[in-house]
Write a protein that binds this ligand. Structure first.
Ligand code: NAI
Ligand code: MG
Length: 360
């Protein structure tokens, strides 16, 4: 180990279904990439989701929480499956693991890139000329505030209500995440609100405008959410980073991901204050193809790349992984979910191995 090597600790939580299958490939990539950037990774694995329920009686066992506390970042697979579907909602793999993890670790910022590699343009429901050569939009969604959590909320037989509250500090910290992310990208933030009708969104717009003053190199514009929903399908290339509150981000991130047409390709990050984060594919445990070794590992591999970028400050390592994936796609290698005529079908492991080779 030379003087420039730094050590980081990661908690590996493979979970259920295709989780362990795609995690194995992400670990392979990390083992190759990390040392090149002077990073030594110390890994501990733990049970989560259905695997946690089966082994330790809980979707998020105490020992798993301890491993996550020990770690500098969490690499998460996916959880859930038919086996656990009849448990009470709060004990189910997804709810019982991800909600408490978000809460325990203060994961307030959800980053979901919608990426279309040029080789997969045909998979998008949008026309190739709308998509352009390179499509990569990042939705930054506030995850712990807004109308999903605002009090009071309630209902009786005749009336139901929720409260949309955002405070200045909550808006400031998510805005900083968006501007910092934009600095590592195309330096453009579009802040999404509904300031024409919602008082909370008038504050949102004001506070974001204030935070922008710290980032004179990043361009800011504001857009109403209804217009943003239209613009995402009409002219999606105008966007770089979309900054959203919890509910608008929930909706727009799903819309943006469907533009790409390939769930198995999309990573995500949930960040806490400081550099801690949880990284996972946008999709679930895919029970329909689990156990066959045919899942697309790219979402998990890009999630590991996002960990290197956002938790460990290695933007170039993310770029290297991205380029390796692009070159493998250019060779015509495809897992089943992104298969098109004329390409070569590969399984999970073959895709991982090809990306390792492309890394050189
Ligand atoms: P899903 O994302 O697991 O599957 C939807 C479709 O996409 C399936 O046809 C699946 O085969 C395909 N797919 C997803 N990822 C893929 C990949 N990497 N490669 C190839 N194909 C892929 O969503 P679904 O079916 O709604 O949920 C299945 C289970 O996953 C449920 O138990 C659900 O609770 C859980 N889930 C867990 C999440 C998490 O761990 N964060 C997120 C979403 C769902
Ligand atoms: Mg959603």
């Amino acid at each position: 180990m030379d003087a420039h090597t730094k050590t980081k600790k990661i908690a590996i939580l493979p979970g259920d279904g295709i989780g362990p299958e795609v995690m194995a490939e992400a670990e392979k990539i990390l083992d190759v990439v990390a040392p090149r950037y002077g990073l030594s990774l110390e890994k501990r694995r733990a049970n989560v989701g259905g695997a946690g329920i089966d082994a330790e009686g809980k979707a998020l066992p105490d020992s798993t929480v301890e491993t996550c506390r020990w770690a500098d970042a969490i690499l998460f697979g996916s959880v859930g499956g038919p086996k656990w579907e009849n448990l009470p909602p709060d004990e189910q793999p997804e709810r019982g693991a991800l909600l408490p993890l978000r809460k325990l670790f203060g994961l307030y910022a959800n980053l979901r890139p919608a990426i279309i590699f040029p080789q997969l343009k045909d998979a998008s429901p949008l026309k190739p000329e709308v998509i352009g050569d390179r499509f990569d939009v990042l939705v930054v969604r506030e995850l712990t505030g807004g109308i999903y959590f605002g009090q009071p909320k309630g209902r009786d037989a005749e009336r139901g209500f929720d409260t949309l509250v955002y405070t200045k500090p909550e808006i400031e910290r998510i805005a900083h995440v968006a501007f910092k992310a934009a600095r590592l990208r195309d330096k453009k933030v579009t802040s999404i609100d509904k300031a024409n009708v919602l008082a909370s969104m008038v504050l949102w717009r004001e506070v974001v405008t204030g935070v922008a003053k710290d980032y004179p190199d990043v361009e800011l514009n504001h857009m109403y959410v209804d217009n943003a929903a239209m613009q995402l399908v009409k002219n999606p290339r105008q966007f770089d980073v979309l900054l959203c509150g919890n509910m608008f981000g929930d909706i727009l991130s799903d819309e943006a991901s469907m533009i790409t047409g390939s769930l198995g390709m999309l990573p995500s990050a949930s960040l806490a204050e400081g550099s801690f984060g949880l990284y996972e594919p946008s999709g679930g445990s895919a029970p329909d193809i689990a156990g066959q070794g045919i899942a697309n590992p790219i979402a998990q591999i890009l999630s590991a790349g996002m960990m290197l970028k956002y938790s460990f400050g290695l933007s170039e390592a993310y770029d290297a992984i991205y380029q390796a994936i692009e070159s493998v796609l250019a060779q015509g290698l495809r897992t089943g979910d992104i298969m098109t005529p004329g390409c070569t079908r590969v399984n999970t492991k073959e895709m991982g191995d090809a990306i390792v080779r492309a890394l050189g």
